[in-house]
Every structure is written in structure tokens, then in C-alpha cells.
Design a protein around this ligand. Structure first.
Ligand SMILES: Nc1ncnc2c1ncn2[C@@H]1O[C@H](COP(=O)(O)OP(=O)(O)OP(=O)(O)O)[C@@H](O)[C@H]1O
Ligand SMILES: [Mg+2]
Length: 331
């Protein structure tokens, strides 16, 4: 699938914008604040069903009442997303069919590389969890669903914990959900990291042109517990949770670390090493997406290409030589 044209209407700062593209890499140049990331956001939205950075009402150009995105493909097909102010009026038009949400079969895989990703190694546990959650959610809508159910249950439980008359019985139904989804999420994360690690050193060495070994360490907060042990741990923590007003135990506390030649990367890895590692993760993401979904992912590079040295730029270009790439740079 090749995107031939992007048309935007009232999408953030773009009142009317059209970009025609060839089969090869498309570069979008513009000053800071011109609206480059917004164009990638629009493409992502039309292919994945939602933005990677905001909710719909924030996207409508200030003062306008709707936004519209159209992608035209080389085979004559198109996707149109339209959203009107005031809520429930979002529609996806694909192959002359209208949907409120983009159905799974019409989603198209995207490897998105944001400037912030370059700082993944030294970033907060939340940011790292978010990175791998997004990675997993694209392969597995079930994972995305489990995570959203877990987060809703966690929010409800935390709200109850803040109430005066809270007791462990009133939390039970939420605890059951946290245990069920928590165990499934832990298992999916374990499998993902093991799949990544089976490729990471080789892919990394191809980029960094050295013999270093690298891996990701998944550190589940909950350890190897089954659902019933998970439930017990939640109830054991009850008094403490009530005093703190939030849930201490669970997969929302999981951590990830990066290991270079057997040592923790945080603080010790060089900037170049960190960058090669993040690029390697993106290559593996593309590889896994293609294997799973049998489609060559579209690659969106926001402000990262010009940040990289020549060796890493070449690695990116040669790895993605058969993928369509849209990249932005300040200029
Ligand atoms: N809903 C909106 N309506 C109008 N303008 C908006 C809206 N949302 C964001 N903007 C404007 O769009 C611009 C940001 O767009 P975007 O992030 O795409 O820019 P950019 O070219 O990627 O910038 P940078 O180079 O700094 O990353 C800002 O000027 C912001 O004020
Ligand atoms: Mg930007």
C-alpha cells in the first residue's frame, strides 16, 4: 500500500493542506510550529484510528467546527476521517463503508518514531511502559483491551480507596479484574520482551557495527504470581493502600531496563549507543508487525532523521528501503 495524497481540512493549524507523494521517501520541511508533526498525526489517525498525542476535540483547528483527513492510495482506494465538534460524530469512510471506529481489518501498521523515543533508555518507568504498551497494542487488539480494562478497574479501585467507609469487600470485584487482566498483561509483556531479545543483539550490531551485546530486561513488579496469589497480594496490601489512597501492587508498576554488555545502560551507555538501541527496537517492531499482519508498515519519522549521524541514517534508509517513509525536518 502506498499513500499518494494526503488532504487535510481544519486539522490543527492546517486550514486546507494537500500533499502529493511519490513512491519513495517523502520529506516534509517546515519551521518549528509550522505543523509538521500534525501531518504525521493525521496520517497515523487515518491508518490506526486515533491520534498518538491527543483527543479529537483538541485537533480541530481553533475556531472551526470539524476536521477532515483524506488519504488516497496508489490502488485507487481511500480512507476519509471526519470529526465534528460536540462529540459522537466521528466517521471513518473506507471502501464506501461508514464506521464509527476504524475496524481492525482496515487498520494499517505504522512504525512511528518520535523525537522523544531517542531518550527512551534514560526515561521514566511510565514512559518505558508506554513505549512497550504501544508496541504490543498494534499487534494485539486484545492486549490493548486488557490494558484499558485494567486501567479502568485501577482507577475505580483508587477512587474507592479514598472513601472513608472503604473496606476490602467493597474492592473485591475490582481486585478480581486487576488480577485477571494483570496476569494476562504480564504474560504478554514477558513474551514480547523475549521475542525482542531473540533479535536485539543481531539487529543492534548491524546498526552500531560492533560486537556489543544488548538486551531489554522486563522487571514485573508482581513477579511470577497466578491470579489467586495476585488477589491475595492485593488484599494483603489493603491497609497500606487505604492509607496511601492508591493501589501499590500491580502491573502498573512494572519496569524495563536496557542492558549493554551485561551492565545497566542508564547512565553508562553513550548517546550513540542509546540511539542505535532505539533504532534497533524500531526495526524489530517493523519486522514483527510485517510478520504478524503481512503488510509492510508505513514508517513515520518525526524530526529524528536529521538528529542522527550518517551511519545511523544509512542504517535507517537501507532497513526501510521497501517501506514507504514520511519524514519531517526543521528547515
Ligand atoms: N487545534 C489547533 N488549532 C490551531 N492550531 C493548532 C491546534 N493545535 C495545535 N496548533 C498549532 O499547531 C502548531 C503545532 O503543530 P506541530 O506540532 O505539528 O508543529 P511542528 O511543525 O511539528 O513543530 P516542531 O518543529 O516544533 O515540532 C502550533 O503552532 C500550535 O499552536
Ligand atoms: Mg513537531
Amino acid at each position: 500500500m502506498i499513500i499518494k495524497k494526503i488532504s487535510l481540512q481544519n486539522f490543527r493549524s492546517h486550514e486546507l493542506y494537500t500533499l502529493k507523494m511519490g513512491d519513495e521517501t517523502t520529506q516534509i520541511l517546515g519551521e518549528n510550529g509550522w505543523g509538521k508533526t500534525s501531518i504525521l498525526e493525521a496520517v497515523y489517525l487515518a491508518l490506526q484510528g486515533k491520534s498518538f498525542r491527543a483527543v479529537d476535540r483538541e485537533i480541530i483547528r481553533r475556531g472551526a467546527e470539524f476536521y477532515r483527513v483524506e488519504l488516497d492510495f496508489s490502488d485507487g482506494e481511500k480512507v476519509v476521517v471526519a470529526y465534528e465538534e460536540g462529540g459522537a460524530n466521528k466517521t471513518f469512510l473506507v471502501k464506501c463503508l461508514k464506521f464509527r471506529r476504524l475496524p481492525k481489518k482496515y487498520k494499517y501498521p505504522v512504525v512511528l518514531f518520535l523525537p522523544d523515543d531517542l531518550h527512551l533508555v534514560g526515561s521514566s518507568p511510565t514512559r518505558k511502559r508506554d513505549f512497550f504498551d504501544k508496541f504490543l497494542s498494534q499487534f494485539s487488539p486484545q492486549y490493548a483491551l486488557n490494558l484499558s480494562r485494567y486501567n479502568k478497574a485501577l482507577k475505580q479501585r483508587n477512587e474507592l480507596l479514598k472513601q472513608e467507609n472503604c473496606n476490602s469487600n467493597s474492592l473485591f470485584s475490582w481486585d478480581v479484574m486487576l488480577a485477571k487482566y494483570g496476569c494476562e498483561i504480564r504474560e504478554a509483556r514477558t513474551k514480547l520482551i523475549s521475542a525482542i531479545n531473540s533479535r536485539l543483539t543481531e539487529v543492534y550490531q548491524g546498526i552500531a557495527k560492533n560486537k556489543d551485546t544488548v538486551s531489554v530486561a522486563y522487571e514485573p513488579y508482581i513477579g511470577e504470581v497466578d491470579e489467586s496469589k495476585y488477589l491475595r497480594m492485593l488484599s494483603l496490601d489493603f491497609e497500606r493502600d487505604r492509607a496511601l489512597g492508591h493501589t501499590n501492587f500491580g502491573i502498573h508498576k512494572d519496569g524495563y531496563n536496557f542492558i549493554f554488555n551485561g551492565s545497566l545502560a542508564d547512565g553508562s551507555a553513550s548517546r550513540g549507543e542509546v540511539r542505535s538501541l532505539v533504532i534497533a527496537l524500531k526495526f524489530i517492531e517493523a519486522e514483527m508487525l510485517e510478520k504478524e499482519l503481512l503488510k509492510k508498515p508505513l514508517v513515520l519519522l518525526d524530526d529524528v532523521f536529521s538528529e542522527l549521524d550518517e551511519t545511523r541514517q544509512e542504517a535507517l534508509v537501507s532497513n526501510f528501503k521497501d517501506n514507504q517513509i514520511i519524514l519531517t525536518s526543521v528547515g
